[in-house]
Design a protein around this ligand. Sequence first.
Ligand code: PLP
Length: 393
Amino acid sequence: MSYNEEMYALGAKRSVIREIFEYSKKRAAEIGAQNVFDFSLGNPSVEPPAAISDTVMALVQKEGIHGYTSAQGDPTVRARIADHIRARHGVPITPDLIYMTCGAAASLAITLRALLHKGEECVVFAPFFTEYRVFVENAGGTLTVCAPLEKTFQVDVADLAKKLTPNTKAVILNSPNNPSGVVYSTDTVRGICDVLRQKSAEFGHPIYLIADEPYRELVYGEVEVPYLMKEYAHTVVCYSYSKSLSLPGERIGYIAVCPDMPDANDLYLAICGAGRSLGYVCAPALFQHLIAAHVDTTVDISHYRENRDLLLQALTSYGYECVRPDGAFYLFVKALESDANAFCERARAHELLLVPCDDFGVTGYVRIAYCVDRSRIERALPAFRALADEYRR
Ligand code: PLP
């Protein structure tokens, strides 16, 4: 092969979710979209707040708005984000530790490229976002997976302590979690940070904590999402507005380096270098300026909360075992047989399109993305019930 085999393999192999998405379109053409119950994609179903569209309309009229910004992002935009983090979380961050990106995916790819040397390990917690493997391996690292606690799907801190080695460089924590919807508790987070501090001291070098936070604003009820910079100095936050403002296609987010980190400025320069090496010239200018005007805005999450309540209540009453999601817009459900792929095939016969979670590092579970119209859930409920009845028979 005259080109890179690993890249070819990545491009040639469709993700499970993409494969389901293609099937969904084909099936909708055959039987009508209203008869296909597609719960595969995490594409927000709530429109961005009206103020966002108004600002976009106003910004496009401004002269010079489409020009390049500084590679790390427009300084006024970074200043607004730093102000926001200071006011909301009480962390004294400055704009020179904020780097604007094309969403959380770019934030992660850049951060991992900045941190990892060839062969170093990055620890993730199952269930985990499947693209972590791609980003870690592309940065030259290897992925180590920690098992979750049974039932609650919180992090098993004891397992983490066993998995850390002198070769571990970073740990990625994603809360609220895709695909489980679980928010890691303050106790869990403190337990993780204690182990990281202990092992960093033992190994004589810091283990970095990467907080992957596209779902930070999507939390239901009184649950707290601890801000990791306040818990652990060697934290890098990978933030995105894809879900908080329903702008996933516009590609906008940032990386924030914790100011308490002794080598914060050097790591920031490595992040600038990694962004440069990966060809990220600058994040989309129009959307950087949009964010500057809306650092405190979020979508109305009541639609997702109501969807969650409806699905959780109905599926539990049909006999499904669900993990209670306190955040994000995913329901993690135990398959009614041990093989989640086989279960999804049987669900498909009822036109239910669910995602088997083997690639997320947990077998026997499926993900239901409930960021969909309410009517899709209502129409799908009889199919969920029929599927459960079929297994009971
Ligand atoms: N991390 C997690 C856990 C996600 O679920 C996603 C997207 O769904 C991303 C990162 C990537 O987000 P973005 O669209 O901002 O690149």
